[in-house]
Design a protein around this ligand. Structure first.
Ligand code: AMP
Length: 193
């Protein structure tokens, strides 16, 4: 385990709508580590109209994954910055086995191996309903039902295999993401120490 309080080099995993964003904020506040969200970085690139943003926009709108090459590039650049040396919470990365392998190699090179992969487990249909409600409230154009179902399908086929990847490495901690924000937060605090 790294220096600091409990686990500080963390991958947060979970299907879309599992409440990762909310819990990520609480974790980084408690741990004092940077919140590294590839989704946030990509949305910023789209907004700024950078070459990466231009490539990523249509893919993101369709609920598909941006290429491993692009995402690994931005994650590596971010993890190489000074503030990530004390720890980090990775949110939404890795999302494919290729990304998980690239991350493992990078962290080995940096001498800062992962402490754990914290996986939020949820009931998929409950989560789809949660996402539809959120899309309605926030008026998120990219979140129509077809896109939400596509994101869930992509999670099951591309990202769920990471559970086995981290289980094999004895780094997987599964926590139920069902229940109130407070109840899930409490389980996470206990799991991360
Ligand atoms: P998120 O906010 O994490 O749900 O990400 C929003 C969108 O950005 C995703 O639906 C993908 O299109 C893209 N994205 C974010 N992170 C990744 C990643 N690690 N690999 C591929 N695409 C990603």
């Amino acid at each position: 385990m790294s220096a600091g309080i409990g686990k500080t080099r963390i991958v947060l995993l979970g299907p879309p709508g599992a409440g990762k964003g909310t819990q990520a904020t609480a974790i980084v506040d408690a741990k004092g580590v940077p919140h590294i969200s590839t989704g946030d970085m990509l949305r910023a690139a789209v907004k700024a109209g950078t070459p990466i943003g231009k490539k990523a926009k249509a893919v993101m709108d369709a609920g598909e994954l941006v290429s491993d090459e692009i995402v690994i590039g931005i994650a590596e650049e971010r993890l190489g910055q000074a503030d990530a040396q004390k720890g980090f919470l990775l949110d939404g990365f890795p999302r494919t086995l290729a990304q998980a392998e690239a991350l493992e190699r990078l962290l080995e090179k940096l001498g800062t191996p992962l402490d754990c992969c914290l996986a939020l487990t949820v009931d998929n249909e409950a989560v789809v309903q949660r996402l539809l409600k959120r899309a309605q409230i926030e008026g998120r154009a990219d979140d129509n039902e077809a896109t939400i179902r596509e994101r869930m399908r992509v999670y099951d086929s591309q990202t769920a295999p990471l559970l086995g990847f981290y289980r094999e490495r004895r780094k997987l901690i599964e926590v139920s993401g069902m229940g109130t924000i407070e109840a899930v937060g409490q389980r996470i605090r206990e799991a991360l120490g």
